[in-house]
Each structure stands twice: as C-alpha cells, then as structure tokens.
Design a binder for this molecule. Structure first.
Ligand SMILES: [Zn+2]
Length: 78
C-alpha cells in the first residue's frame, strides 16, 4: 500500500497535474500527469511507472504537442 513519503498518510485522492521538468537545462511542461495527492498535506506523488513513462517520453522519440513561452522570475525579498 502506498504511503506518503512526507507524512506517512495512506489516504490519497487521484488527480491529474501539470508539471515542469528540466531536460538538459531546458524546462519542459508535461500536462495531465496522473498523480496521487496526499489528503493530509497535499503533496503530490507520481507512481514509479508514471515517472518512468515521463522519462521515456522526454528522452525518447515523442515530440511536444506545442510550445509555450514561459516568463521566469527570480525571487527577491521585498
Ligand atoms: Zn502527506
């Protein structure tokens, strides 16, 4: 049974998330990744199979479905 790596909770809700990964220094966005979200504190967990599948997609022969421009901010304390 899956348990949360952070809090140990075994209650999860299933959802789909968009996540940015770095591939060779370039950010890429993967949409609609199946994830489990811890009901206690909201951390998202991807299964090992999902993580491996993303790795295959990003490093394999899959092509992006579209490109977007991303605005980047560096955090600065006010
Ligand atoms: Zn948790």
């Amino acid at each position: 049974m899956l348990s949360c790596e952070t809090c140990g909770s075994k209650e999860f809700s299933e959802t789909f998330l968009d996540e940015i990964f770095q591939v060779e220094g370039r950010p890429v966005l993967v949409e609609r990744i199946p994830a489990k979200v811890c009901v206690q504190r909201g951390e998202a967990t991807f299964s090992r199979e999902t993580t491996e599948r993303i790795r295959q997609m990003l490093h394999g022969e899959h092509q992006p479905i579209r490109s977007i421009n991303v605005d980047v901010y560096a955090f600065q304390a006010s």
